[in-house]
Design a protein around this ligand. Structure first.
Ligand SMILES: [Cu+2]
Length: 128
């Protein structure tokens, strides 16, 4: 057996192991019986708050958001904006007319701004 063949054989063994692992991960037993629901029910029962970016300004953030809620950022401007946390916990880019959902997974007072227009600023308060 040449050196190349030995490496090939080892690689094949490893690939087989990976294939079996993939198959095991995909067995129906691993899928919840209620497969109709989305796989990520992280904020079931949480509120959804919309914050509209308009006229180069972040709209009002909610007063009573808490962990488990979701913020929907909507860019109504005709230019790209970002919603970037000063603590780097999030950084969302929104083209004109785009929106993005952001589940709140940690509490605190998070100051944010727009990378493209640093005078655009806001604060998001998230209760535990
Ligand atoms: Cu901006």
């Amino acid at each position: 057996m040449t050196k190349t063949n030995r490496i090939d054989a080892r690689l094949k063994t490893r690939l087989t192991v990976m294939a079996v692992a993939t198959l095991l991960a995909a067995t129906p037993a691993a899928i919840p019986a209620t497969a109709a629901a989305p796989a990520v029910p992280a904020h079931v029962g949480g509120h959804e708050y919309t914050v509209v970016i308009d006229d180069m300004d972040f709209g009002q953030t909610p007063d009573n958001a808490k962990v488990g809620d979701t913020i929907v950022w909507v860019n109504r401007d005709s230019v790209m904006h970002s919603v970037t946390a000063r603590d780097h916990s999030f950084d969302i880019r929104l083209g004109p007319g785009q929106s993005a959902k952001m589940p709140l997974s940690s509490s605190g007072r998070i100051a944010f701004f727009c990378l493209f227009h640093p005078s655009m600023r806001g604060v998001l308060n998230v209760a535990p």
